[in-house]
Every structure is written in structure tokens, then in C-alpha cells.
Design a protein around this ligand. Sequence first.
Ligand code: GTP
Length: 204
Amino acid sequence: MNDIKLAVLGSEGVGKSALIVRFLTRRFIGEYASSSECIYRKRMSIDGKQMNLELYDPCSQPCEGQFSLNEQMHWADGFVVVYDISDRSSFITAQAIVHLIRELHLGVTKRDADSVVFLVGNKQDLCHVREVSREEGQRLAAEFKCQFYELSAAEHYQEVALMFSKVVRNTSLNGKAKDRRRPSGSKSMAKLINNVFGKRRKSV
Ligand SMILES: Nc1nc2c(ncn2[C@@H]2O[C@H](COP(=O)(O)OP(=O)(O)OP(=O)(O)O)[C@@H](O)[C@H]2O)c(=O)[nH]1
């Protein structure tokens, strides 16, 4: 599996764009337009293998032609679910998203119960106003079989890059395992859905 599609999900203002931009450009930019959704593209090498990565960054405000959550679930091979450690309500939203990802069944979407989900507590630099403990994050991740990270898009580049590289690697390995046991067809259906929705693409 050389084409990897990742959806970065979470409630408004948790730092989804900040994490993606940090990963793609190494920079932290304070403010990001949140009125449009984007698919960013990047070619990267993992274990000596070239990968075509697409990263979906949804917009929190309603915008034209927006992916519904269900469409996001169909589209993506792997998920990064983000919350803000200084905002409990964002943790509750992250919990609901992870639950939804795990709930949808094989056959309904291209994913199955084993799809790769990383749970990320962002804004670790705001730990003095923390509302969600690291242990709560770890517990949620363990319950839903996710990998767990606490990060700061504002302060960490290496950790953010490592996290994204791991999601890509794990998603690629997971896809290979699925390809071996899955009858052909579901992949082309996913591609069709992607073409029909014809998302705007950005290259960084
Ligand atoms: N202190 C701190 N602020 C951050 C961090 N990451 C993002 N922010 C800030 O949080 C705000 C929201 O960041 P965005 O990246 O736009 O969040 P988003 O989840 O993409 O938001 P929407 O596009 O509205 O859904 C901005 O003011 C960022 O500067 C972080 O790690 N630490």
C-alpha cells in the first residue's frame, strides 16, 4: 500500500491545522484559516519505501461541498483524533469520534475494527491549565486500541513528525495485512468515492 490517506479529526481549535502544518513545513504558524477544508499531499519515504500521503484537514465551520463525518470515515485509511489537553469538551468530542470510528463495521466502510487510530492530546505546553490528565488520555486510547501521544504543535517538531511517520507506517502495514485477506473491490470503491467528491488538494 503506497497511497495513504489520513484524516485529522477533532473539535474546533484543538490544533489540527497547526499539527499538520508543523509536520509539513516544520513551522508553527499562530493562526490558520478555518473556513475551508483541505487535502494536503506529501511524498515521503518510510523504511526506504516511497509513500504518497494525503492528509485531510476538515474545517470546523460549515463550508461548501464539505465532507460529512461519514464520508471522512469512508475516505481515510487511518485517523489522527486530536483534543486539546486544556479543554475537556474537546476530549469528550474526541471520545465520540473514536467510538464512531470503531463502531462502523467492515463492509459498510473500507475500514474495519483494526484501522489505525492515533489519539493525540495537543497543546501540552498549556499543562498549567490542563483539564484532561495524561492518564485519562491513555485510558481512552487503551479502551479503543489507539496509540496515544501528548504533543505541542507550538513547541515540538520532532515529536509531531515522529507521530505522523508512525501513523503512516502503521497504516501502510495495516493496509498490507488487509489487502492479503480482502477480496478486491473495496479499494476501487474507496477511490471512486474520492473521485466523486473531488476534494481540493494542496501540495506543501
Ligand atoms: N498553546 C498552543 N496553542 C496551539 C497549539 N496548537 C495550536 N494552537 C493554537 O490553537 C488555535 C487553533 O489552532 P488550529 O490549528 O487552527 O486548530 P484547528 O483544530 O485546525 O481549528 P479549526 O480549523 O477551527 O477546526 C490557534 O490559535 C493556534 O495557534 C499548541 O500546541 N499550543
